[in-house]
Design a protein around this ligand. Structure first.
Ligand code: CA
Length: 381
């Protein structure tokens, strides 16, 4: 049984906040200059090609209609056009954060907070949308992304489920993410920690257990889109130049606490010095220079872009409105399409993951929901 759980986790555990020491940067995909120079239209950002279909009803994404036209800018901030240095300029970054490079962006609107449970509930009420975590996995599709010969898991595991964080009681092997991630039947955005948990009284908490496909569906309904990585990082920097964090270079816990991260020893002892042992309500900490909240910590946020480790190396000169590589490639899981997530989460600790650094990049398979991952939207209009 444990082995079967492990097979599932192999696919679903992509954004486990792990410091990557990958030495192979042989990403196969390269960017297309034509794609980068393409018109920056919201509709063009909704590419959903080469998505896996291991859950039934994936076509539901196409049935979601934009019901918010014109787009409401309530709860959004406008980020003016400009040029900035994207990527790590210090030595703290992982190899996928280099080289730092110039990026020029058009202006855009962005949600001032992560999408909340209340906002997502309104979407579900209006559309009847069923999230990935609430659907039964399709084994015939799932096995295409697993090593050949992988046996079919027990039927009781092939149920609607999602990944929850289960804090170990003692120190564990930091390289074994299955020590703290659990494939939990019944976990979903309504039950982020499992079937016994609830979002009652948590209206203004970020919605989680949302796959990239779910986030796309919400954005489409709202008449918005997910931010490109470049837009996300530009917005997170809040107008500051080449700083580590949305507020500058000061450590998150120095002076006034600035973000919801992990204190103590990861993953078994969180001192909760920042006041939160799990997610925090949005706006619990000060906004950045663009009046955006939680651009560091709380929950990881989906972006529109596919992930490759060497994307920045493929760019020449100033990149104008870059939109990431054409396809993803993660050497650790070459068959699994992954999108980039940004910002870190309540599980990020300096000893293990500094996802709250403004240039930090992580990747997650597009149909995965996680307890520490949500999103926010942008709009060009
Ligand atoms: Ca915390």
């Amino acid at each position: 049984m444990k082995k079967q759980i492990l097979y599932l986790c192999l696919v679903f555990l992509a954004s486990a906040c792990r410091q990557s020491n990958q030495k192979d940067s042989s990403a196969l995909d390269s960017t297309s200059q034509n794609r980068e120079n393409a018109a920056m239209s919201d509709s063009a950002m909704s590419c959903s090609s080469n998505l896996p279909k291991r859950y039934g009803g994936l076509g539901e994404l196409d049935t979601v209609k934009n019901e918010k036209s014109p787009v409401s800018h309530k709860g959004m901030k406008f980020i003016p056009a400009g040029t900035f240095t994207m990527g790590a300029v210090d030595k703290e970054g992982r190899r996928d954060e280099y080289p730092a490079h110039q990026v020029k962006l058009n202006g855009f609107w962005i949600d001032e907070t992560e999408v909340t449970n209340t906002q997502f509930a309104a979407f579900v009420k209006a559309t009847g949308y069923v999230t990935q975590a609430e659907r039964k996995p399709d084994w015939e599709e799932l096995k295409k992304q697993l090593p050949p010969g992988t046996p079919k898991p027990a039927e009781e595991l092939l149920q609607p489920a999602s990944l929850t964080f289960v804090q170990p009681k003692q120190q564990v092997d930091i390289n074994d993410v299955s020590q703290w991630w659990s494939w939990t039947v019944g976990a979903s955005w309504k039950h982020p920690q499992g079937p016994k948990s609830s979002i009652k009284g948590k209206d203004n908490y970020p919605v989680t257990q949302i796959s990239w496909i779910d986030a796309q569906a919400y954005a489409k309904w709202a008449g918005k889109r997910l931010p490109t990585e470049a837009e996300w990082e530009y917005a997170a920097r809040g107008g500051l130049k080449s700083k580590k964090y949305p507020w500058g270079d000061e450590d998150p816990l120095s002076g006034k606490i600035k973000a919801n991260t992990w204190q103590g020893e990861f993953p078994y002892a969180d001192k909760k010095t920042d006041g939160f042992g799990n997610m925090a309500p949005v706006k619990s900490f000060a906004a950045n220079g663009y009046e955006l909240y939680d651009m560091a910590g709380n929950v990881w946020e989906w972006t529109a872009d596919w992930y490759t480790e060497d994307y920045y190396q493929t760019l020449n000169g100033t990149a104008e409105n870059p939109r990431g590589p054409v396809k993803s490639y993660d050497p650790a899981e070459p068959t699994v399409p992954k999108k980039t997530v940004r910002g870190g989460s309540f599980m990020c600790h300096f000893s293990y993951c500094k996802g709250y650094r403004v240039s930090s990049r992580m990747k997650t398979s597009v149909d995965t929901g996680l307890e520490n991952t949500g999103f926010r939207c942008v709009s060009s209009r």
